[in-house]
Design a protein. Structure first.
Lengths: 345, 345
DNA sequence: GTGAAAGCGCTAACAG
DNA sequence: CTGTTAGCGCTTTCAC
């Protein structure tokens, strides 16, 4: 059995409550404790290797100093970076409980239930997009009144705090940059479900295209798919290059929805002897780790996912402390990084 | 305030203890509860959206259903995959508390202290290699008697459970494979501190080289460094290629300590017009995600990090349940994957 | 079959 | 300045 406060108190010849105060350096009434007592208690605690039982403290104070963090997956850089940002800010005041739902609604619900049972002080979650699981988020907020921050996407018709990267801006600035480089025949290729985020990406692209006056030469290549496996990405990359091959006039710039898709496109280009950037400029979105490798050197839009994590954590801590932050979604601005897969026309 | 057991009991017209038994489906004495009572209690619990307070349960039973997981970093695929394996196995019985030490001894110690304070049921940790922090691991084991499993590396002179990939085998099989492909002038390049794992990697290489009878044509290029930043990796890659350039007879195969180092080497080769694999076969170790991209297609040694995580979690659960597993370190076997950066001579 | 009572380790009034 | 007391919500003997 671990050494308890009671034991410390006994050995220091004080009461448990005094010991508690001494250790935490807290004033019970108006005045402080005597320095002597504090010294004594702390010395005994030190000697016995006392570690307060945070469970008991949590039960008594109705606070656990832990937060639930639910992400979709660990694969790829995406949630990894968000998680990094979160742990950075949470440390050392809150411990993150980690859960992964892998886009399985059932799992998503269960993990949240665990968080509730563990009485975390707050929750940061990546909503899977599944309508089924909306109820559990509602329960967090309405029944348990736990602070909740969503990352990357909000839940339709559900007013909640959300921190995300600016999807509109990412395609907008990428496209604008391609325009600046002199490209007119620009294609934006993306696949996935018809979600709001898909739509926003398209809007950003179209916004820039209109400003550039390229409505007649630029276009979107969209493929509706349910999931996003590696294999599908590969064949989608082929589809894109096929599409571009048949298109007149010659497409000179290609914007892809994600860096990993861009890598696949680069692969296809290599197989077909399409030179990048001489024949085709290629641009991704996200700035994954491999993009900066000098033999890839992908031009891309840097999405500040660490920052998304940090801001989400900041916001959650505010909510936990009872502060009332702005109601507006927190949107993190992306920036363009030009490397070697794009060129001036 | 959340709905409590007491409340359920009251509404179901039974005592709290009966409610507790009914909900958990547990027999208090010899006989079971009446089906009627169970139905009633569960129905009320359901209706009120009862979520047991795991904190209180933990306090009463001296069990928290959570485990501490301390990793070095989230960057790169390494710990990400281990973590994935761990969460897979832990779910839904234990919740992982996540902590990252970034190789900072102070941080390492503090995070462990938090785990102790939270009374986790067990700990899985990646020891940073810092001698200073050994004491805290000793405390986990000897003072708090918490189950402890180390991943990837053990602590010298410290008997504990460790699960890791087989470092010896990874260089051994890689080298043997290069030999099979007809290579004689093989270089194994690595950098880092003079740790046991560094030594083991060299041993594996030397073991294969001896078997192949290549002691006169193969060699190790080792650079002693403290850390492993991206920038250092880049310049180390240059050093390697410089070294090979001056070496007679011509080196035909290069084995690198890690995939990321191999990527940097591929970059340098491209810059210097060294064709891979025509002029030089290149092989990495780990099988990171980018390695399988078709325009990288790195030949490498697949290290089963998911499996390391799963086995570590299995082992920890056994320890938590009071089982006594084998004392031998659990070593996960790697396997060679030949892609396009190596060729038959 | 079910309930009363004690207690897990800590905190927070409040009284001295 | 310090101690007493009463819980936090649940589990677990042990009676009934």
């Amino acid at each position: 059995m671990a050494v308890t406060l009671k034991e410390i108190a006994k050995q220091a010849g004080v009461s448990p409550s005094t010991a508690s105060h001494a250790i935490r350096g807290i004033h019970p009434g108006k005045r402080a404790l005597s320095g002597k007592t504090i010294q004594k208690v702390r010395e005994v605690a030190e000697r016995l290797g006392y570690r307060p039982n945070l469970l008991a403290a949590g039960l008594a104070r109705n606070k656990t100093f832990s937060v639930g963090v639910l992400v979709a997956t660990l694969r790829g850089n995406f949630y990894e970076r968000i998680l990094e940002g979160i742990t950075e800010v949470m440390h050392p005041n809150f411990t993150p409980l980690l859960a992964i739902h892998n886009y399985q609604p059932d799992r998503e619900r269960k993990e949240i239930e665990v968080f509730i049972g563990k009485h975390v002080d707050g929750i940061i979650a990546a909503y899977s997009g599944d309508p089924e699981t909306m109820a559990i988020y509602r329960e967090i907020r309405d029944v348990h009144k736990m602070p909740l921050v969503l990352v990357d996407r909000g839940i339709p018709q559900f007013k909640s705090y959300v921190v995300r990267s600016d999807h509109y801006m990412s395609t907008y600035i990428a496209t604008r940059e391609l325009g600046r480089l002199g490209h007119k025949n620009i294609i934006f290729a993306l696949a996935g479900r018809e979600t709001e985020s898909t739509k926003t990406l398209m809007d950003g692209f179209n916004g820039a295209i209109s400003e550039l006056g390229l409505n007649n030469t630029a276009d979107i290549f969209y493929k509706k798919t349910q999931s996003w496996t590696i294999h599908e990405m590969k064949s989608f990359a082929e589809n894109i290059i096929d599409y571009i091959g048949n298109r007149k006039p010659q497409t000179t710039a290609l914007l892809l929805q994600a860096d990993w898709l861009a890598y696949e496109v680069l692969s296809v280009c290599q197989d077909r002897n399409i030179r990048v950037p001489e024949d085709l400029s290629v641009m991704g979105i996200e700035d994954c780790d491999p993009s900066s490798l000098s033999f890839i050197s992908l031009s891309t839009v840097k999405v500040e996912l660490n920052e998304v994590g940090r801001r989400a954590a900041d916001l959650l801590i505010k909510l936990i402390n009872g502060e009332k932050p702005d109601d507006q979604p927190l949107v993190i601005k992306p920036s363009v990084i030009l490397r070697k897969t794009t060129r001036q026309l």
